[in-house]
Design a protein around this ligand. Structure first.
Ligand SMILES: *Cc1c(COP(=O)(O)O)cnc(C)c1O
Length: 364
């Protein structure tokens, strides 16, 4: 009996991932910067998290507790970092599961302190400064310094580990040397009040890596929290034009199976109403062309335009929940039913595909 192994699949090349982690680690270590490996982009796949541990990352980080929680059972011993500021209802699990968290609310810090006492644990906190990106963090820097002093002197189950910032997420603000110097200035204000050095000045995410590449990171910044720049390694090259040719951009390969190949018109035939998602689309008439259907859809990756076919001459022309339509008229090799079509992922499709139960994960 033939044993079929169902598609679609996500193939994860763990040695390429490990190489990417090591490259970024080395670049950062050379400038005295530790790397917290951020695994939320790949839905915290434990096999991926493991590579961050093997490569010697200081922390494994995620915005989601449900991704951090299984790591201990998976044998991962690295300190775990919660990088979304915790909600009040998450406090008991933040203390139980993680070693360090990013914070900006005095009320949450107090709850963390109480809960850490209850669980007889010490928990490290990094206070976040909002330097203009307008997502999380203290806007009022006097309030930030005041809160730091309260953590230091009144919250005995918490350790004030440092300060951090996040840029380039909501407001798309660049982590320039000047912006990061603002963070160092806040750290030094706190240090002069508490009379000791802070352990960490956490200067952002992948979007701060250009400071390492250009060697203009303010010297006291000693931690970056890096996800995309390791997992996909696309943004620094595609958006900012840095030469990242030494990074593997194919850690993840989505493999989907062709379920239909037919010559069809490019313009739908009949009266156009609404598509599967309630939109009234328009179509360009390019005559009869060869189309292939593959067996996965928007439910699996959300954004068809962000799937990148590896084979030249194939383009994604649309999708519904469970089907994706490809134009294969000009494909480099002829496409048949049962063929496997490979795709590169973007950040958005990586997030969805790694989160889809429909897509088996295979590790090589
Ligand atoms: C997502 C996130 C990161 C990592 O971002 P990348 O762009 O994937 O490097 C770092 N810090 C915080 C607070 C985040 O939310």
């Amino acid at each position: 009996m033939v044993k079929y192994s169902r598609n679609p699949k996500l193939v994860v090349d763990l040695s390429k991932l490990r190489n990417n982690i090591s490259r970024i680690q080395r670049m950062c270590h050379d400038k005295g910067v530790e790397v917290a490996g951020v695994i939320k982009g790949c839905t915290g796949i434990p096999e991926c998290a493991e590579q961050f541990e093997y490569a010697g990352c200081s922390f494994i980080a995620s915005s989601r507790l449900e991704q951090l929680e299984p790591l201990k059972a998976h044998g991962i011993q690295n300190p775990l970092m919660m990088i979304r500021i915790p909600s009040l209802t998450e406090v008991p699990d933040v203390i139980r599961i993680t070693d360090i968290s990013l914070n900006s609310e005095p009320e949450v810090l107090e709850a963390l302190n109480k809960e850490a006492g209850r669980q007889d644990r010490n928990h490290k906190v990094i206070l976040m400064a909002d330097l203009g990106d307008l997502r999380e963090g203290f806007w009022d820097k006097d309030e930030m310094v005041e809160t730091a002093l309260r953590v230091e002197y009144e919250m005995h189950n918490l350790t004030l580990a440092g300060v951090g910032t996040n840029l380039g997420c909501y407001g798309a603000i660049a982590p320039t040397p000047e912006k990061l110097q603002e963070l160092v200035d806040i750290a030094e204000r706190i240090e002069s009040e508490i009379g000791r050095e802070l352990e960490f000045i956490s200067g952002g995410a992948t979007s701060s890596l250009p400071r390492i590449i250009e060697d203009n990171l303010p010297p006291r910044v000693n931690m970056l929290r890096v996800g995309e720049g390791i997992l996909l390694a696309k943004d620094l090259q595609d958006l900012w034009g840095y030469d990242m040719s030494y990074m593997h951009k194919d850690v993840f390969t989505l493999r989907a199976e062709v379920i239909e190949v037919k010559d069809k018109p490019t313009h739908p035939v009949g009266e156009i109403m609404f598509d599967a998602f309630g939109n009234k689309p328009s179509y360009e008439d390019r005559g009869i062309r060869k189309r292939a259907l593959i067996g996965l859809g928007k439910v699996d990756y959300a954004f068809p335009e962000d799937l990148i076919p590896r084979m030249k001459g194939i383009s994604v022309i649309g999708a519904s929940s469970d089907h994706t339509i490809l134009d294969v008229e000009d494909a480099e090799c002829e496409v048949h039913v049962g063929d496997i079509i490979e795709f590169d992922l973007s950040y958005s499709t990586m997030v969805y595909v790694t989160n889809s139960n429909n897509i088996e994960k295979v590790f090589i």
